[in-house]
Design a protein. Structure first.
Lengths: 281, 276
């Protein structure tokens, strides 16, 4: 409270407030625009693009859900998200346990390598993976794509979990060892239950990533019955080029799960994304 | 570990092999550097590189905007938690969705131009995505709009962990707002600013595919062609896998440099922490 008055100097409180409010309005506007447009009729949209709709028209949602195999796309996205997140979580926890609690040669080097893989752009991997996946007959399959997503999710997940496992006190593990717990026993009975907040963070961040991913889905699931929601959305534009409200209704439905997840698990998001950077803080 | 090798290690090897090969009448030949020569003589590829470099302008803009907003929020202006939630929201929305919404906002008959006409600024109502001059800057605006939230949350989290005494001591010494930011806030944030800058540079060079694909498809003309889209088009539309592989190798090398830079900076800061 004291700080507020003493550094008021150059930029007054009101100027700051105005800047922050404009930035907030700017970040909300597209979402606002999407939502209000979804409830307008076509002619209403043309006449009144940024105002509130006259009434809450729901037929746009029907149009959006009926076309473009919306439910199929939604289901495909869900299958991929659940599959990749589950597989990567289990593998990452096991690997992280090894990094955090076991000694093996080259550990430091391997860990740094994994850190650097976190920012390798997927586009670099797409060409060779595609050639390999064709060779193995895994193009246009859920398994192949889940495998790729799992690999891409691993570096971040291992990093996050290793950092968390390192904070589990050694005494607890020692006590379990004395009581006759094996390595796997320690892992399943001690580490995993203690790490549930970190695991939720990992799952939430990864789920969001897979749900939003476009390039891999575009390349590896070209078959119409396997396309994901995000890929489907890119063809919305040509399909309903004149029916903007229907497009906006479709976008609203596609965004809803994310906004819900965000509002429900906000602290997990922030913690997870920041932890990649703020090491040792 | 095996999955990692499968998804990262093996492809890199395949990528290198592919980039040195050439298909000729169904036979795979060793092509030395000819793929690389081909792409460097393609004006579209050169344009793509130039556009990626132009996108780097976004990085300082993002750092400054994120810095200012996070400092304001840190000063606990009324409702700062609400602002943090909303300012972070764009970062989480799918680029696909955001890109599509923005392409309707920036259309010639879109919301923005309607608004400009309404307030009597007809002259400013331009074809934001349809003109070769404006498409790239418009794209930049959307990228900054979306990515800056990450910086805000990152900086804010770091600021929260700075000891209050530092700020109090400076204030007792009579530091004004600018001095306080220059001598306390920015030095305290230096490691996260470095981190955010490196990550953003990598983003601009190799993570902008979605924006371009959804909003402009590289057009008008090739005004927003970027290297990633070039890889995608080469590999999956024109079936030139070997050329696409060569571009990927180059992209990997460039990002590799920045990844090592980041690891080096990280290692340095850890060493500093260990000493003090």
């Amino acid at each position: 409270m004291k700080r507020r008055r003493s550094i008021g100097g150059f930029l007054g409180m009101s100027v700051r407030q105005i800047l922050v409010i404009s930035a907030t309005l700017l970040s909300l506007f597209p979402v606002y625009f999407m939502t209000v447009s979804a409830f307008k009729t076509k002619s209403e949209y043309i006449g009144n693009k940024w105002g509130l709709p006259q009434s809450l028209l729901l037929s746009n949602f029907n149009t959006a859900l009926a076309g473009e195999k919306f439910f199929l796309r939604f289901a495909n996205s869900t299958i991929l998200t659940v599959g990749a997140v589950a597989l990567s979580s289990i593998l990452a926890c096991l690997a992280a346990y090894a990094f955090a609690r076991m000694k093996f040669p080259g550990k430091r080097f391997l860990f740094n390598l994994i850190l650097s893989l976190m920012v390798v752009p997927p586009v670099v991997m797409v060409v060779p993976l595609f050639v390999s996946m064709v060779h193995w007959g895994l193009v246009n399959t859920y398994q192949g794509t889940i495998l790729i997503y799992t690999g891409l999710l691993m570096p971040f997940s291992i990093y996050l979990m290793t950092n968390f496992f390192q904070t589990v006190p050694h005494e607890i593990v020692e006590a379990a060892r004395i009581d006759g717990c094996s390595n796997m026993g320690v892992f399943w009975r001690i580490m995993m239950p203690l790490s549930s907040p970190a695991i939720i963070t990992m799952v939430v961040v990864n789920a969001l990533w897979v749900w939003n991913e476009l390039l891999i889905a575009l390349v590896f699931l070209q078959d119409d019955s396997k396309k994901t929601l995000m890929v489907g959305i890119t063809s919305f534009e040509s399909r309903y080029s004149l029916d903007v409200p229907a497009i906006m209704a479709g976008l609203t439905i596609a965004t809803l799960p994310i906004v819900a997840l965000y509002l429900f698990g906000q602290r997990f998001f922030v913690r997870g994304l920041v932890s990649g950077a703020a090491k040792g803080d | 570990m095996a999955v990692l090798l499968l998804i990262f290690g093996y492809p890199v090897y395949r990528l290198l092999v592919l980039s040195f090969q050439r298909q000729s009448a169904g036979v795979t030949l060793f092509a030395k550097f000819s793929n690389y020569q081909t792409i460097f003589s393609d004006p579209v590829f050169i344009q793509a590189i130039q556009h990626n470099l132009a996108l780097l302008i976004c990085v300082p803009i993002m750092v400054v905007v994120a810095l200012l907003l996070s400092i304001f929020l840190f000063e606990r202006i009324r409702g700062w938690q609400f602002y943090r939630t909303t300012l972070f929201l764009p970062y989480l929305l799918p680029i696909t969705v955001v890109g599509l919404i923005f392409s309707y906002i920036f259309q010639l008959s879109g919301v923005l131009n309607d608004f400009l006409n309404l307030i009597g600024l007809k002259g400013l109502a331009l074809d934001w995505l349809g003109s070769t001059k404006l498409a790239l800057p418009t794209l930049m605006f959307v990228i900054v709009w979306k990515e800056v939230g990450f910086g805000i949350v990152l900086f804010l989290a770091r600021l929260m962990s700075v000891e209050e005494e530092l700020f109090d001591a400076a204030k007792i010494d009579g530091a004004n707002w600018w001095q306080l930011q220059r001598h306390i806030t920015i030095p305290q944030l230096s490691t996260v600013i470095e981190f955010f800058s490196v990550i953003s540079i990598i983003t601009m060079l190799s993570w902008v595919f979605n924006y371009v694909f959804v909003m402009t498809g590289g057009g008008p003309g090739n005004a927003t062609m970027v290297t990633e889209l070039y890889v995608y088009l080469m590999g999956f539309r024109y079936n030139q896998m070997n050329l696409a592989a060569a571009v990927s190798v180059l992209l990997l090398l460039v990002t590799g440099v920045f990844i090592f830079l980041e690891l080096y900076l990280r290692g340095k800061s850890e060493a500093v922490e260990a000493i003090t």
